[in-house]
Design a protein around this ligand. Structure first.
Ligand SMILES: [Zn+2]
Length: 70
């Protein structure tokens, strides 16, 4: 299953990162990396919540797709 790349955002400023950074799942955008901007605690919590929701959704989907053993 492909990750939902639309949920990616810079953990420092919150903007959507450029495509190369999205592909490598970079935590910060180019500007913030260059500036050495710190990661925002608030945005990190938001990212964690999104990751958890996606993982839960993927897990429930995988479980419901399974057939019980005969
Ligand atoms: Zn940024």
């Amino acid at each position: 299953m492909r990750p939902n790349v639309d949920a990616l955002f810079c953990l420092s400023c919150g903007v959507e990162p450029a495509e190369p950074l999205r592909r490598t799942a970079s935590l910060r955008c180019h500007d913030c990396r260059e500036a050495g901007a710190p990661i925002s605690f608030e945005l990190a919590l938001r990212a964690r919540d999104i990751c958890r929701a996606q993982a839960t959704h993927a897990f429930e989907g995988a479980v419901s797709d399974r057939r019980p053993a005969a």
